[in-house]
Design a protein around this ligand. Structure first.
Ligand SMILES: [Zn+2]
Length: 440
């Protein structure tokens, strides 16, 4: 749910700016070995024990690496709070200093045609808020990522990507805002229902075009031609009734050292993409395990279930928004010089209220996603039959995630099962399927 995060970041805290300068030296190389070996305790044998095998895998991670990824991930918990608070302060500034009504007045001078007027407001709003949250953005996405050895870009190309993202937000956000303001003006009583429906249709449309039109703005996507890698993946896909003809790869190493793969888009733009970090560092078993997981998302219809879930969440959000807007505008509308819900100057208030809703909903959103990820893990194990590849993948992903959180911590903050739980699930599966590995 990058969109929500992008929105949160686009809103997003104060004096962290100074912390950004703590990172002057280049990052130390921070990579696990390319291929993680199967430890003795995880080899198939008559005395195989899932817990001992899990602990043996975890023991392969050096203590300093664990401390580092724990610190990175736990810092991320605080970033959720700082993003939220910073965003709230920016929104309150725009309202109380009356910058929002000034931007509206300016856009009304530019044009009388209402949709264009909305777009001109959006342009000013986006540029102003991007500048205001820039200190937090540069800390969070650049300096902090470099500090933990996860980023590969220098400041110039990073800024280039930020400007591209601004362009995408300008177009996509502008279209959405014109649609929503139009709906509020025409349907003053039922706008919140239609607004929720249109927002969802818009997000579906964005997800549909993203792999083909948005991802290539930032990264080079190419069909993968290495038969040694592609053939087992396509075979796995055919066996699972997935009509994939190509597997794609993208140069994620341009921005990051993270390994990942995904199923993106849907219907005709549905595709499986492996990033180049995974190709470079993952063992064949690991790649197959991860692909099995991605196919699980497809076969278990996670995209459609996700759409249903977010439709319900958006309707609830719009219902809360309608109530909260009426309440706040009654009290402070005049002071903030907002004429009503259909006035473009209401945007900072809407963003503030939606960010409160999103902040409160974080654990529920995480739990919904984490549950689907667990399902995909189970599917991936059953279809790829690569529990050790799976464990290796969990260790690689642990470079930027805490491996062994407490249960409450996992419930609140994890959008994937923790590395510990993923390795244990793989070893549990192996324990019940030992005959596949002992050849008996
Ligand atoms: Zn997944």
């Amino acid at each position: 749910m990058r969109f929500r995060r992008a929105l949160a970041t686009a809103l997003g805290c104060f004096f962290l700016y100074c912390a950004a300068f703590a990172v002057a030296q280049p990052p130390a190389a921070y990579e696990m070995p390319s291929v993680i070996q199967v430890p003795a305790e995880a080899q198939a044998s008559s005395h195989f024990d899932a817990t001992a095998a899990t602990n043996a895998y975890l023991a392969q991670i050096p203590a300093d690496k664990t401390a580092r990824s724990d610190a990175y991930f736990e810092g991320g918990y605080w970033m959720i709070l700082w993003d939220f608070l910073y965003g709230a302060i920016v929104a309150l500034l725009l309202l109380n200093l009356k910058w929002s009504p000034r931007m509206r007045d300016l856009s009304e001078h530019v044009t009388r045609f209402k949709p264009v007027h909305t777009f001109v407001y959006w342009l000013q709003y986006l540029v102003l808020t991007s500048v205001l949250v820039f200190p937090l953005t540069v800390y969070e996405d650049y300096f902090r990522e470099h500090k933990y050895g996860l980023a590969t870009q220098t400041l110039g190309p990073w800024m280039g990507d930020q400007l591209k993202a601004l362009g995408v937000n300008l177009v996509m956000g502008g279209i959405l805002m014109m649609l929503l303001i139009g709906i509020v003006r025409r349907l003053p009583r039922t706008w919140w229902i239609w607004g929720a429906v249109v927002t969802n249709l818009f997000l579906i449309f964005a997800a549909l075009i993203a792999p083909v039109y948005i991802v290539p703005i930032f990264n080079k996507v190419t069909p993968l031609n290495d038969r040694k890698i592609v053939d087992p993946i396509l075979s796995l896909a055919r066996g699972n009734g997935i009509p994939a003809k190509d597997v794609y790869t993208m140069d994620a190493s341009r921005q990051t050292t993270r390994m990942s793969a995904n199923v993106s888009g849907f219907a005709s733009t549905m595709r499986i993409t492996l990033n180049d970090n995974l190709l470079r560092r993952g063992s064949p078993e690991e790649i197959q395990a991860i692909m099995g997981h991605e196919m699980g998302h497809y076969v278990l219809n996670h995209i459609y279930k996700g759409i249903m879930f977010y439709l319900i969440v958006t309707v609830l959000a719009f219902a809360c928004l309608r109530w909260a807007l009426e309440w706040t505008l009654q009290r402070w509308g005049e002071k903030w010089q907002i004429r009503g819900i259909g006035d473009t100057a209401v945007l900072p208030l809407v963003v503030l209220l939606v960010s409160i809703f999103g902040f409160v909903l974080t654990p529920i959103d995480n739990t919904f996603t984490r549950t689907q990820e667990y399902e995909a893990d189970m599917y991936g194990l059953n279809t790829s039959r690569q529990p050790d590849g799976f464990a290796q993948g969990a260790i690689h992903l642990g470079e930027y995630r805490k491996m062994s959180p407490g249960p409450v911590e996992e419930w609140l903050f994890f959008d994937h099962p923790s590395g510990h739980n993923r390795i244990y699930a793989a070893m549990r599966w192996k324990a019940e399927n030992l005959k596949l590995f002992t050849g008996q």
